[in-house]
Design a binder for this molecule. Structure first.
Ligand code: AMP
Ligand code: FE
Ligand code: FE
Ligand code: ZN
Length: 272
């Protein structure tokens, strides 16, 4: 079975609309994908509808933005209940909080000599934007001539260690795990940073964490082995995915798949 459990669409900061993502996944011969946009499920209905006539299954998911001590921590929730009131409430609060946060970052960028208009960021997010994020701000920085590429914009101005960076602080990491469970999903820590995994994992497990994202396209073998070890000792599922945003950034969908034998327990828990 060919599986990719981490994919973004234009509902957040992906390049393709949900239906186009599903069609591209089918062309890439994927059997199961999870649509996991940042803090929104606005793309889910279109994605699921597009999958109906294709030999492909879409797992409804969301990637919750949380933070701890100024660091961004992303918590995935899989097989979520799309009718959950707590989910609706989070989506609404996150949309506003992300807009305020981008306004703060725009203010800081002005102070460090890289002025952009908030309107330009919202335009990059799409007219009827769902959530606005740093990739949209990066695009506005490129358009304003402050960087020559999205990755340079991150490197020069808005990467995690820069003065203009403001983390998403709506949820603490443990609260994010609890919310991932409350909305009916299986809670998985997305791309756990090497230096945080050991320290934070016990607390997140107590908060209800059920899995860690272990298999990613650029993961180093020793990091993968370490996460597999942590998963074994704490009784967590291992999962994985490409964190797909665009063909330019990630190649075609289906060029990365998760080792099927390593995620069978997770898939079974979700009824696949
Ligand atoms: P945000 O949720 O607004 O903090 O934005 C985080 C998103 O920015 C990630 O999900 C990626 O899509 C993107 N991102 C983070 N770092 C980089 C980078 N160095 N280059 C390009 N995109 C990045
Ligand atoms: Fe993203
Ligand atoms: Fe993420
Ligand atoms: Zn992601």
């Amino acid at each position: 079975m060919r599986v990719d459990l981490h994919i973004h669409t234009t509902a957040s900061d992906g390049a393709l609309a949900p239906a186009a993502v599903v069609q591209a996944a089918a062309r890439g011969k994927l059997d199961v994908i999870a649509v996991s946009d940042h803090d929104t499920t606005a793309g889910m209905e279109e994605a699921v509808a597009a999958s109906r006539d294709l030999p492909l299954r879409v797992i409804p998911a969301i990637e919750l933005s949380t933070s701890r001590n100024g660091r961004e921590i992303h918590i995935l929730s899989y097989f979520i209940d799309l009718a959950s009131p707590a989910l609706r409430e989070h989506e609404e609060r996150a949309r506003t909080a992300r807009l305020r946060r981008i306004e703060t970052m725009v203010g800081r960028l002005r102070d460090v000599g890289a002025p952009v208009e908030v309107e330009a960021v919202l335009a990059a997010a799409g007219g009827d934007f769902g959530v606005v994020g740093r990739p949209h701000l990066a695009q506005a920085l490129v358009e304003a001539g402050h960087a020559s590429s999205i990755s340079e914009a991150f490197d020069r101005w808005i990467g995690d260690s820069h003065r203009a960076f403001v983390p998403n602080t709506l949820l603490d990491a443990a609260e994010g795990v609890a919310l991932a469970r409350e909305i009916g999903g299986i809670a998985v820590w997305a791309h756990p940073p090497g230096d945080l995994a050991d320290a934070l994992l016990p607390e997140l497990v107590r908060a209800g964490l059920q899995g860690i994202e272990t298999y990613r396209p650029q993961s180093q073998p020793d990091h993968v082995r370490r996460l597999e070890g942590l998963a074994r000792t704490t009784g967590l599922y291992t999962t994985g995915g490409s964190d797909w945003h665009s063909p330019e950034r990630n190649g075609p969908l289906g060029s990365f798949t998760v080792p099927a034998d390593r995620i069978s327990a997770f898939l079974e828990a979700g009824g696949i």
